[in-house]
Design a protein around this ligand. Structure first.
Ligand SMILES: [Zn+2]
Length: 241
């Protein structure tokens, strides 16, 4: 490897113990952040294990609040990082027009300011709803323009997959790898898995975010994993309420 100064011990301290982000470490070491992730992989520093590392050696030991704050801030940043790529015209039309989700709730879902949503609606020429006199269905000209090319909601669309990954905080619901990490290490987004293995069954309660590795594993002992992810989904929806 090219950077002899990036030792395993150093990376373990910065990433796992001090809980610095890959980008912060990159800044400190004056290298590209992709280099940092390459080294994490090279040293087999297990992202999931270390992110939840506990013990006396960890300066955050016993300070769960701080750890929680850091974890939440990582999740927020991941949300921010993705909105520019994910707030596409199709996605906004689906959420705002088709599903009639309020702009403020879309903003919450994407962890952005409501003004960002307004800006994107204007940018895409999407008809902005005004309460009281908003036309519904075929009386609204935007309805015809906006939806004629949209997939049906029962279809396993990119929009639905994005919605599930957003619900699951862009984290594999088994091993905890984030989409950001997965993109850098494996070069791909996280998968959305059908819990009952029936591809046509696209109810949100039957869909869960997994990395490819955990997705493949779920095909080996189907009875076990089906129950495992059903329980997981139940806890996700209990936490939402
Ligand atoms: Zn996984």
């Amino acid at each position: 490897m090219k950077h002899p100064n990036i030792t395993k011990e150093l990376l373990e301290k910065l990433y796992s113990t001090d809980l610095l982000s890959g980008r912060n470490i990159a800044k400190q070491l004056n290298v590209n952040f992709k280099t940092v992730y390459r080294y994490l992989k090279f040293y087999k520093i297990s992202i999931k294990y270390n992110r939840n590392m506990q013990g006396k050696n960890n300066p955050f030991f016993g300070k769960n609040h701080s750890r929680q704050v850091i974890k939440e801030s990582r999740e927020r940043n991941i949300g921010k990082m993705y909105y520019t790529e994910t707030l596409t015209k199709d996605v906004l039309i689906d959420l705002y027009e088709k599903q009639e989700i309020k702009a403020e709730n879309i903003a919450k879902q994407f962890n952005v300011d409501i003004k960002t949503i307004w800006r994107y609606l204007r940018k895409y020429n999407i008809h902005v709803k005004r309460t009281g006199n908003y036309f519904k269905g075929d009386k609204n000209p935007a309805w015809i323009d906006g939806r004629s090319y949209l997939p049906y909601s029962s279809e396993f669309s990119d929009i639905l997959k994005l919605k599930i990954r957003t619900r699951d905080n862009f984290e594999c619901q088994n091993c905890g790898i984030t989409e950001e990490e997965n993109l850098i290490i494996k070069g791909r987004n996280l998968d959305v898995h059908h819990i009952d293995y029936i591809k046509e069954h696209c109810d949100e309660h039957n869909l869960i975010t997994l990395c490819r590795q955990c997705n493949i594993r779920a095909n080996l002992d189907r009875d076990y994993w089906q129950q495992f992810y059903k329980d997981k989904i139940a806890s996700i929806y209990i936490n939402c309420k």
